[in-house]
Design a binder for this molecule. Structure first.
Ligand code: S3P
Length: 484
């Protein structure tokens, strides 16, 4: 064992567009109880450009809002999560307009001007990243703002960000560490040294954003390097940031303030976390051969590719290049014979959002896959260990879990249950990654799967159905399905 850190209808295009583009998440989640089904699909092939990276999209809007002058963003992920951050940046005083090409946005930052105090709560919908990063931002801007979100976000822990912000002198009111939160930012935030107990890019980024105007060195030590897009992008906007690994494995980022950000051009690469779904589908469906174009290859995000390769996945990284300070490449993925693996805690930060997809891959591998160090998955958009376990069990896969681990017994194929059409749709708790993982499972299995509330996919991958369908995937909106 290697150890490392049928027949179906397509969703008619107009229907899928109506579902995922034109209705806001809040409106849709009230009106839709219609599940979607995924059906056994054969030999995926073709090329897809997965949507822009979610983490980079949030940051491009936030730093563009802070900068002096204009920032031109291309390839922005126009998903629910990112559009909530965009609205928040407008509420804080940035002038943001859509450019003429898809994914192009022009941000006129506030620079040294006073930010606007929002006259309504900032609504982050389902987005933990948007909410937590903007808490740091508001703290540093010295304005007062309230933060709200949907049901899932309102149950997620915010103290990981609120506590260190309180220590910086920010006045905070929260619902016992959860949303709604009201935050009165400080005008005199001092540059300080912080040490975090989890490798969280959201916490690290919130602290950096809070400290941008502070005079001196802000230092953040994390137990392991989490995604470093804030550091890279701050440098692209002209800030001085240094990032280094320490001898004991911890990681230190230093920001030399006050930072004066100058508007720039940001080209957002394809999101590796979204790419994981077509990758898993192609790896698990024999004879598949797909190409995913312009995918971000930042080493803090490529854990899933390493693991899938170590399981025997045929994945070729082609045409590597640098774009906007980030490594990108095209990825060829072919149907593969896979074997089980153990993944250790140290690889989690580089693939924290990809475990639902890995759980599906593990079900199609031969042998046991043990995933360790997954505690953070319990507090993502849903309890992703519990939801992944339920999804696999619904298709007859043996799976076990503990507080921070999950073990999947793969048998090389997933049969599904003979009575699956009579089964309840898989519960998603509105979690986009659980919905996509379950749909991919259904494409590669011998029997179909039904998935609750697929509209949640619009939070990160609005074109999921269209992209997957272009590769040969079979989906159906279950008009007379069981309401969920
Ligand atoms: C993100 C960081 C990760 C990840 C999230 C996006 C970011 O969260 O799960 O989807 O953009 O900073 P943590 O840093 O809290 O693990």
């Amino acid at each position: 064992m290697c150890i490392i850190g049928g027949v179906a209808c397509h969703v008619p295009a107009p229907l899928s567009k109506r579902f995922f583009l034109f209705l806001s998440y809040e409106v849709f989640s009230l009106v839709s109880t219609t599940p979607a089904s995924a059906h056994p699909s054969f030999r995926l092939c073709g090329k897809v450009r997965v949507p822009g990276d979610k983490s980079i999209s949030h940051r491009a809007l936030i730093l563009g809002m802070l900068a002096t002058g204009q920032t031109r963003i291309t390839g922005l992920l126009e998903s629910e999560d990112v559009l909530h951050t965009l609205a928040a940046m407008r509420a804080l005083g940035a002038h943001i307009e859509k450019g003429s090409e898809p994914g192009c946005w022009i941000v006129d930052g506030i620079g040294t001007d006073q930010p606007t105090t929002p006259n309504a709560p900032l609504n982050f919908g389902n987005s933990g990243t948007g909410a937590r990063l903007c808490m740091g931002l508001v703290a540093g801007l010295g304005v007062t703002a309230s933060f709200i979100g949907d049901q899932s976000l309102s149950g997620r822990p915010m103290n990981r960000v609120l506590k260190p912000l309180k220590a910086l002198g920010v006045i905070i009111n929260s619902n016992d560490g959860c949303l709604p939160v009201t935050l009165a930012g400080g005008t005199d935030i001092l540059a300080q040294a912080h040490e975090t107990h989890i490798a969280s890019a959201q916490v690290k980024s919130a602290l950096m954003l809070a400290s941008l105007r502070a005079d001196g060195v802000t230092e953040i030590i994390e137990p392991a390097l989490s995604r470093d897009h804030t550091e890279r992008m701050l440098m692209a906007f002209g800030a001085k940031v240094r990032s280094e690994s320490l001898a004991d494995g911890r990681h230190r980022a230093r920001l030399y303030g006050p930072a004066h950000l100058q508007g720039t051009k940001i080209d957002v690469p394809g999101d590796p976390s979204s790419a994981a779904f077509p990758m898993v589908a192609a790896l698990c469906i024999p004879g598949s051969d797909i190409m995913l174009q312009d995918v971000l290859m930042n080493p803090t995000r490529t854990g899933f590719i390493k693991v899938a390769r170590a399981m025997g996945g045929k994945i070729d990284i082609l045409n590597r290049r640098i774009s906007g300070g980030e490594d990108i490449a095209d990825i060829r993925v072919r149907g593969s014979r896979l074997h089980g693996i153990t993944t250790r805690a140290d690889i989690v930060p580089s693939m924290v959002d990809e475990f639902p997809a890995l759980a599906v891959l593990a079900a199609f591998a031969s042998g046991t896959t043990m995933m360790q160090g997954l505690g953070e998955l319990r507090v993502k958009e849903s309890d992703r260990i519990a939801r992944s376990e339920e999804m696999l069990r619904a298709m007859g896969v043996n799976v076990k879990s503990g507080p921070d681990w999950m073990q999947v017994e793969g048998t090389g194929a997933v049969w599904g249950k003979a009575t699956s059409t009579a089964l309840a749709p898989v519960r998603t708790d509105g979690d986009h990654r659980i919905a996509m993982a379950a749909l991919i499972l259904g494409l590669a299995a011998f029997r179909q799967i039904e998935v609750c509330a697929p509209e949640c996919i619009a939070t990160s991958y609005p074109a999921f159905f269209d992209d997957m369908r272009s590769l040969g995937a079979k989906f159906q909106i279950v008009e007379e399905g069981v309401a969920c």
